[in-house]
Design a protein around this ligand. Structure first.
Ligand code: FAD
Length: 432
């Protein structure tokens, strides 16, 4: 075997909290480990390479810990899909890559769920996480009037973050009924770190109207969002704004696990107590297995890294802790379950697939996702159904029957690679 065909014992895809923790554990347990991520930073959606930020000591600890290991970091490297027996096809700006694995840990996280309503495609309407990402990377929000709407704890986190950056957060509108939010809040004492986080967010957001049981019905504006109409099911009102941040929670990025044959359970990857999926040698951790936040992702990542290294004894205490985070994830799921009304906000002419300009009334006549795709090209554009596919599931109850690589947009040459281009296990650090 020459140097170019060396494989890694453990390959981790995704450098968010789950993947970072998994890679640290695997490398510290003596496994030749690679951590692969399509972004140029460590830390995934929540930390985004800002580990030097004074409010993020946990991020700094994990990144420092990772840097002390011998793990190889392959950043800016998008994994496009399986490429044969225990090989991943990937793409780096400098060219195609093949990554060979013995044990694979998938920690590809989640994305925001967008549901169509009249005006949702107007410029100035963002996902809350997307808007926050732009702001974290320097896009100016100071003084902007922002309405937040949709569902999930991310609304509060984003609202607080935007306020700290000087935005004028007009209101936060959560579709879940207030009664459910109150009983969720009352049960938070079981997860003290979350209780403290919620209290901090509420303090930062003091004075900002927060409404439970309220959701958007339309966004208005000629070339840009200028106002949003909201409802609580009894009455409607309109709020003027410069930006709307609307997302209905998170959906797991299960395309890669699906392409590798992993089974799902209620839309998340099915794993056992050691994070092993239904496919031998493949483990999954973080938002892929349930939406539970960064603390849960870290614990799952640790378990996956230890289990993939064969150190099941060390994983045991974390398995016990994980049970508590699974209960937290279940509580999130039932609290922020979507109400029926948000699945019927689209008007006949509202775009559902904005890559291919497919309207709601075109889709209504089809029985399944496959038929709709074949007849309308819905889901066949740049996002490959990552936005409209998730929406169609809520709107029409359509499941995704299969996944075809590439799971992320990639070049044809990256999908037709020969064996010579496999990544070698040259220690440290960035893949150039
Ligand atoms: C847009 C957004 C913003 C968020 N902001 C916050 C926040 O401010 N506060 C908060 O508490 N929670 C936030 N969350 C939730 C947060 O992401 C989770 O709670 C937690 O961090 C998940 O960790 P993870 O490791 O499972 O996934 P992530 O942190 O999402 O990490 C997954 C990583 O995998 C990479 N990846 C995915 N697919 C591939 C592929 N095919 N090839 C290579 N790399 C790939 C992604 O680029 C990403 O870096 C946000 C979520 C989203 C979607």
């Amino acid at each position: 075997m020459n140097e170019r065909t060396h494989h890694f014992e453990v390959v981790v895809v995704g450098a968010g909290p789950a993947g970072l923790a998994a890679a640290c554990e695997a490398a510290e347990n003596g496994r030749r480990t690679a951590l692969v991520d399509d972004t140029p930073w460590l830390g995934g959606q929540i930390w985004r390479g800002r580990q030097a930020h004074p409010t993020l000591p946990q991020a700094a600890r994990w990144v420092e810990r990772f840097k002390r290991t011998k793990a190889v970091l392959l950043d800016q490297c998008a994994v496009l899909g399986p490429g044969g027996n225990r090989i991943l096809l990937a793409e780096h700006p400098s060219g195609p890559r093949q990554i060979e694995w013995e044990r694979l840990i998938l920690a590809t996280g989640a994305r925001e769920l967008f549901l169509p309503f009249p005006g949702w495609t107007l410029p100035g309407n963002f996902g809350p996480g997307g808007l926050q990402s732009l702001a974290k990377h320097g896009w100016p929000v100071a003084g902007k009037r922002i309405v937040l709407a949709g569902s999930g704890p991310l609304l509060l986190a984003v609202g607080a973050g935007l306020r700290k950056m000087g935005a004028n957060v007009i209101s936060i509108n959560e579709q879940a009924p207030l009664s459910r939010l109150i009983s969720f809040g009352a049960g938070l004492f079981r997860w003290p770190s979350k209780l403290a986080q919620a209290a901090r967010l509420k303090w930062t957001l003091r004075g900002t109207p927060f409404r439970g049981g309220a959701w958007p019905v339309a966004a208005q504006g000629a070339e840009q969002v200028r106002a949003v109409t909201l409802t609580d099911g009894r009455r409607q009102w309109t709020e003027e704004c410069d930006l709307l941040a609307c997302g209905f929670g998170l959906v797991p990025n299960v395309e890669l696990p699906l392409a590798l044959g992993c089974q799902l359970d209620n839309d998340f990857v099915r794993v056992d107590a050691c994070q092993a999926s239904s496919v031998a040698g493949i483990y999954c951790a973080g938002e892929l297995t349930g939406i539970g936040g960064a603390d849960a992702a870290l614990v799952e990542g640790r378990i996956a890294g230890l289990a993939a290294s064969g150190n099941h004894d060390a994983a045991r205490p974390w398995v016990a802790r994980c049970a508590s985070w699974r209960r937290f994830s279940d509580a999130l799921g039932s609290t922020f379950a979507l109400r029926e009304e948000v699945a019927s906000l689209a008007a006949a002419e509202t775009l559902v697939c904005r890559c291919e300009d497919v309207r709601f009334d075109r889709l209504k006549s089809f029985a399944c996702w496959r038929d709709a795709k074949l007849q309308t090209r819905c889901g066949m554009g740049t996002c490959q159904g990552r936005v409209c596919g998730a929406a169609a599931r809520i709107l029409f109850g359509w499941g995704m029957e299969s996944v075809r690589p590439p799971v992320l947009p990639g070049r044809v040459e990256s999908l037709c690679q020969d064996e010579d281009k496999r990544i070698s296990c040259t220690p440290k650090t960035t893949d150039g």
